[in-house]
Design a protein around this ligand. Structure first.
Ligand code: NDP
Length: 350
């Protein structure tokens, strides 16, 4: 039995852990078994995280988050949470390999997952020319012509990164209005390897065993046409990862976890949310970190309202546990947070 269980190892989860651990509450944090560190593990340079005027690599930043959380006594469990029971005073968390845990409060910081286009061929050709992560898979596309789908900052970032490997990169966007920030748009526009195809939407991926091209439709005229590409990177945003608990608590119309006002309190007492899982608007590493702080402070307040008997039970359990701050990784050893080092065949796996 623990005071606080945190699910997720992105900026929100680790920041919540830092605060909760510094309050002496010894949180346990479930990192997931393979992709430890969340979405920033798929990023190269992070230039807008305050405190790093020269920028920092996403995996390096997440390593620092983790080190700071562990330094204050966070117990890390390198395993996937398979199911949760969030109702009642005692919350139960079932993991794939490390067994079951109980906690008085839970912080859900499960982040978001890549959005798929959902057009024919996507399942068949995933990992066979279609990817969602340029830093993981870009090197497989040396000297090729690649399409990047999307008009936000992710699409610009992916396209720019891919110019290191590809001969040509075509950004395909369904309108002529880009959501990307001006600075990212300007960088992409000034890169000679990047071409633009606007007012075009993907109808289908072409190819049987590997990607050969895209069937597209002009969104203004309805005209259909095919283009040859040997690689396509989809960068059209993310969806909140709520599948573990969506049947147990309230979600908003946009699918994120519903919380009370500016707090992190969900519809269930003792259950708090932080980061992209409750944010359908800002979705920045720094806002996720701030949201982790809010959840930690809300948890502290909540624990203060609980029955002394319950708290005594946690203290009793804690006195019988080991002083080790981390458990061993569930399956493969996690030595580095670098996604390529962790999963060298990530392209083939997708
Ligand atoms: P965004 O939501 O900002 O953009 C998604 C893009 O994908 C939009 O252009 C959208 O088009 C398009 N899109 C969505 N669904 C579809 C679809 N089904 N078919 C075709 N196109 C589609 O997501 P991002 O992942 O780009 O960015 C998320 C957040 O992360 C943002 O706040 C961004 O600023 C931030 N970010 C910052 C980075 C940085 O600063 N280095 C890097 C990456 C992300 P439409 O506009 O028509 O809806």
């Amino acid at each position: 039995m623990r005071n606080v269980a945190i699910i997720g190892s992105g900026p929100a989860g680790y920041t919540a852990a830092i605060y909760v651990a510094r309050a002496g509450l010894k949180p346990v944090l479930f990192t997931s078994a393979v992709t430890v560190g969340g979405e920033l593990m798929n990023t190269t340079d992070v230039e807008n995280f305050p405190g790093f005027p020269d920028g920092i690599l996403g995996p390096d930043l997440m390593q620092k988050f983790q080190d700071q959380a562990v330094r204050f006594g966070t117990e890390l469990v390198f395993d996937d949470v398979e199911s949760v029971e969030l109702e009642g005073d005692i919350k139960r968390i079932h993991t794939a390999y490390e067994g079951d845990y109980e906690a008085l409060a839970v912080i859900l910081a499960t982040g978001s997952a890549y959005r798929r286009l959902g057009v024919p061929g996507e399942d068949r050709l995933s990992g066979r020319g279609i990817s969602w992560c340029a830093t993981c898979d870009g090197a497989f596309f040396r000297e090729q012509h690649i399409a990047v789908i999307g008009g936000g900052d992710s699409a610009m970032e992916e396209a720019l990164f891919l110019t290191r490997f590809a001969d040509r990169v075509t950004i395909i966007h369904r309108s002529a209005n880009f959501r990307a920030s001006q600075i990212m748009l300007d960088r992409a526009r000034s890169n000679e390897k990047i071409e633009w195809l606007t007012d075009a939407k993907v109808l289908e991926y072409l190819g049987e065993t590997s990607l050969e091209g895209l069937r597209l439709e002009n969104t203004q005229t309805g005209e259909q046409f095919d283009r040859e590409f040997t690689g396509t990177f989809v960068a059209i945003g993310h969806d909140p990862r709520t599948e573990l608990f969506s049947d147990q608590l309230d979600l908003t119309e946009t699918g994120v976890v519903a919380v009370e006002g500016r707090s992190s309190r969900t519809s269930l007492p003792g259950v708090f949310a932080a980061g992209d899982v409750l944010d359908d608007q800002y979705r920045q590493a720094i806002t996720a970190a701030g949201s982790g702080t809010v959840a930690a402070l809300d948890v502290e307040e909540y624990l203060g309202t609980l029955d002394r008997e319950l708290l005594a039970r946690v203290a009793e359990d804690a006195s019988g546990t080991t002083d080790e701050a981390t458990t061993e990784p569930a399956s493969e050893p996690v030595i580095s947070l670098n996604p390529i080092a962790l999963n060298p065949s990530s392209f083939a796996d997708k």
